[in-house]
Design a protein around this ligand. Sequence first.
Ligand code: NAD
Length: 293
Amino acid sequence: MQLIDGKLISEQIKAEIAKEVKLIKEVGGKIPHLAAILVGNDGASETYVAHKVKDCEQVGFTSTLLRFDASITEEMLITEIKKVNANSDIDGLIVQLPIPKHISEAKIIETIDPAKDVDGFHPINMGRMVIGLPSYISATPAGIIELLRRYKIQTAGKNCVVIGRSNIVGKPISNLLAQKSDVGDATVTMCHSRTQNLEEICLRADIIIAALGKPEFVTAAMVKEGAVVIDVGITRLTSDKTKNGFKLVGDVKFNEVAPKCSFITPVPGGVGPMTRVSLLQNTLLSAKKAIYC
Ligand code: NAD
C-alpha cells in the first residue's frame, strides 16, 4: 500500500507557483490577484478564507478579502461582485459558500464573470468542462486529478466508482475521469443516496472516490484487493484526544481499508491540501489569461 501524500504534492506545486510568480515579478508582469468575498462570520468559512489568503501570501499573489455582514441584501452583494468583475487588477474571485439563506447561491455564482470564476462553479465553466473546452475546473476535482497524475495512477479502462453527486465534487470528478484525456478514459459509475447495491458496485471498482460526507462509510468489505481509494470526505468530530477538541474524519474507514489498497489518501493530508493549491493554480491561469484570452 502506498500513501498518497497530498500535503507533500501540494507543497511541491506551491513551490512551482512561487517560482513562476518570482519570474513574473522579475519581468514586470501581472502579479496574480485573488479576491475572496466572505458574508457573515461562520467559523468554518472564516478558517477556509484565512487559509486561502495565507496560501496567496505564501506564493507571492496579491489577495483582497471583502467582508460583508450576514444581513447584506442579494442586490447589494450582486453590486459588489460586479465591482470586482470590473476591476481589471483582480484575476480571480471566489465567494465563500455557504452564504445566508436569503441570498440565492445560483444567482451569486452566475454573477461572477466566468473569466474570473477560479472556483469553477459558474455554469459556463461547468459546461465548458463537460464538453472538453478550456475552463476553470473546481478545486477539489482538479486536485484529485493532479494527485492521480503525479502518482502515475492508471485510469484508462479502469472501473471507477464515485460516491456522491454534488456539483462541486461528485459530478465534476465523474465527468473528468470519463473524458478522453491523460487522467481519464475510465468507466465511471456515479453513485448517490438512492443507489442500490452500493457494496457490490464498489467491490468491482479499481478506483473509488468517496465524496458523501459520512464518516468512515467505506469499509474493507466494500473494497477489492489492490484498489485505489481517494477519500474526499471531511467531517469534524469532537475528540478528547486532541488539543483543540476535535478531529477530522474521512469517508473511509482508513485503518481497515488501507491494507487492501494499492494507493490511498489519508484524511487529513490527502485531498484537502490539493483543493487549496488548485485554487492558486486557477488564479495563476487567470492572470496568464490561459483559459479566456
Ligand atoms: P454533498 O453533501 O453536497 O453531497 C453528498 C452526496 O453524497 C450526495 O450527492 C448524496 O447523494 C451522496 N450520499 C449521501 N449519502 C449516501 C449514501 N449513503 N450512499 C451513497 N451516496 C450518498 O457533498 P459534497 O459537498 O460533495 O461533500 C462531500 C464530502 O466531501 C463532505 O464531507 C465534504 O466536507 C467533503 N469535501 C471535502 C473537500 C476537500 O477539499 N477535501 C472539498 C469539498 C467537500
